[in-house]
Design a protein. Sequence first.
Lengths: 271, 772
Amino acid sequence: MTMRNSFKYTLLGAALLLGTACEKEIDLNLNGNDNKLVIEGVLTDIKGDCSVKLSRTKDFADDNSFAGVSGAKVQIFFNGDTTLLAETITGVYTAPELSGVSGNTYGLLVTVDGEQFTSTCHMPSKVLMDSLSIVEEDLFGDITKVTNVGFKDPGGETNFYRFQQYIRGTKVKRYYVRNDDLTNGNDINARLYILGEDDDDHEYDINSSDEVTVEMLNIDASVYKYFYSLSNSATGENDSATPANPVSNISGNAIGYFSAHTVEKKTIIVP
Amino acid sequence: MKSKLLLIAVSLMAVKATAQQKHTISGTIKSKAKGETLIGATVRVSGGGGTVTNEYGFYSITLTDGKHKLEYSSMGLQTGQLEFVLRKDTVINLSLEDESVALGAVTITGTSTKRSLSTPQMGMEKLTTKEMKNVPVLLGERDAIKVIQLLPGIKSAGDGNAGMYVRGGAADQNLILLDEAPVYNASHLLGFFSTFNSDAIKDIAVYKGGMPAQYGGRLSSVLDIKMNDGNNQDFGVSGGIGLISAKLNVEGPIQKDKSSFLVTGRRTYADMFLKLSSDSSLNNNKLYFYDINAKLNYELGDKDKLYLSGYFGKDKLGVGDLFGLQWGNTTATLRWNHIFSNKLFSNTSLIYSNYDYTISINSGSVNADIYSKIRDYNLKEELQWYPSSNHSVRFGINSIYHTITPGQVTTSETSQINARSLEDRYSWENAAYLTDSWKMSDNLSVTYGLRLSTFSILGKGDFFNLDKEGEILDTLHYKKGEFVKTYVNLEPRLALSYKLNTTSSLKASYVRNTQNLHLISNSTTSSPTDKWVASTNIIKPEISDQYSIGFYKDLFNGDYELTVETYYKSLQNQIDYRDGANVNSVSNAIESELLFGKGRAYGIEWLFKKRVGKFNGWVSYTLSKTERQIDGINDDKWYNARQDRTHDVAIVAMYQLSKKWTLSANWIYYTGDAVTYPSGKYQIDGQTVYYFTGRNAYRMPNYHRLDLGATLQLKKRRRWSSELAFSVYNAYGRENAYTITFEDSKEDPNKTVAKQTALFKFIPSISYNFKF
């Protein structure tokens, strides 16, 4: 939860109380776009996770379905080795046997209609979870169950983390990234808050006996920057000074990212 | 023979000298009722010539010996006349009586002072206490700043936003002075109240162009606010109680005619309503502000006067124990007026100014306080010299020492956050200036001046060299007191007026301003935690060159006034953010999140005003354009600045229905701000992400709003008078957009929708004001 949002929520809360604030859907004439190529490349330390998704941006008024780009040549490099990924579903390219190792730097080369897009990414060292638990916290006056990931940040290096949370098997649509700027070398309790839900929306409520799964990812600095800028300025939710496309680590006329990261997965049943 | 001739020559010269013998009339003009010195009161000499009083009510005029008739006038006060024969230097102190003694409405009559068509000053608007009494009351508070925003070229930043935009300038480009002390955040809670309590204010002048050389440090405007001195005749109490705030004002003489004090305080209690809520997410919250204005003045003798004034304000906001935010300004000004001679007036000021905020986070395992401040120590010395009736000269120096604490993190021992703070930044700002107002002929006047400003960045601290991508190339370490860099700028100021005839004039001006303190905000909406940053080796001083011409016409014997001004501004070293900037990063190199470029702004402003009568008010219209060009943004092409508004209209009307009732209304309309909306979308990690194609390429919906007010004067007893003020903000309940967000539709998650949030829809209020 950022402090800016707290300020906004309080302001909105006060205005709501005065009975004056109101929300409504509006129509905006949002111009068409140039159908830019979107690359989402993932390589982890686990076999079977490697996938590169290619799609194109759509108009605001279109549906949200994935517009896969077929027939591309997708390769991942390490030192002299090249792996060619196979298109398994339209726009999704995989290499089931490929996995990465911490400390290595991997390259991605995508060729679409003769145009080339490249990226490199370092797979950082793996930091393991010490614990996964559910804690109760007073959030805006409501006692709320919150997922807590405990781990020790290594003091000798700069680390970047990303978390993915699943509640009752459903992936929570939030971006959780953090760095160790203010927490280097400390025991960390990272709380995966789910803010901004409407009161009558219970999709992400955590209740006793629910299954909660968390994936903890160690990511590269450039991937942290990508997700940080994405969550700050491209989710459509907030009022950043500069709504903008996330800072990409892909060169060429495309948007998206290529991430080589480690993954650790833990599941608990809520007590 | 020779000596005889010489004698004749000498006596001839003596005759000539006698014929041209000149003497000086000087003095102070005050209001009779309260003994408040009058700023900008007019002294008119029958047969031509005249002057106005300065900020301390002092005037000086030099005339040839002989019989003269002088006329002294000031808005809302009875005009004083004086006939005398001038033979030697004379001191005339004068007190003017009130035209009306009512607390509430003042009908401005035709005898009141007309504006001067011959002063070169343009792009300037003034509000005095008397005029403030007549402005529409909103939410029970007369707020002069809100009224200023109804004038052409000056725009409010919108609902829930503090700040204002002047002639295309950003919110941080306004120099806001309270008794000469810079105020760094001029708004309270939700931007609904300004930090200036109208009860404590004597005079407000706002300059949107043609700033005289004594002002400097901001590009777009100067808002010069002077506090009341306090009644030196009688002890008086006034106050008000409204739905969300209460205030009290106490003033009185310490020594009759010589010294007085004033204390004014306000407190809002909006959060009391939060307590009434059964919703636990609201009733634990805090949301209030209070502020205090205080002033003392003391006459040391005929030639010396001391003033001590101060302001202290605090806003507090809290969400249970989870989150707290408090912020506030503190200013203090000590001034010494000294009259060296009847032609030379001096003022020395020592000024302290501070703005700070503290964020407290108390959530689970994260416990931290973040503290930030900007603090100034400021010395000013100014001399005003009236060498002849055609010239008035000002010169002075100003020296300010700034300390900025960008963010100091303190944590509890159990917190997982490391206490780490950004480095304090030190800088020293200096200026020297000279300006002369010269009446060249009956029709032509000119004010010309020069301001030399320097800004030195001082150690201790780390400064950086960055590459094109904003990555740090190397770090430069500086020791305590070491000069990192000094910027020197010469700022010419020129203003001309030419009187076409008795009812119309033409004016033109050129002004250069520079600015070395910049407000960095990470959001489209303003927040008290927006950061002040001083120029560094990378952040260069912002520079503005403004050219302006205007036409002024008095109609129907001056009952109506028409003003048309047009301006063109060229801006250098403007600041904007890199895509995906994180200005809250804990790096000392905030420059790595910023980009620099140029800007331009131009527009035309119309103001048609009915000045007098039972029905008065004005219509203002601005047509303008504000753009920026910064390499790295919008493919290096020109783009609209956030505050670019094509059309801006304000209509203000006041009507005195009877002795008891005064009605007021204002309506405003403006083109929505330029904003960045998505032009498309795509999926990342199973979530919708928006695709942006151009900076500020879209518009917020147009804004419009009607406010209504009514004041009922209650029965007056001998010394007691009181009124009830009613108002309705946003009378027809227009839902003006505060933010627009984009999300997957709740009904059909396969679609995306745009959602608008409006803050204030139809807010009635009532307040009771009294005076005795």
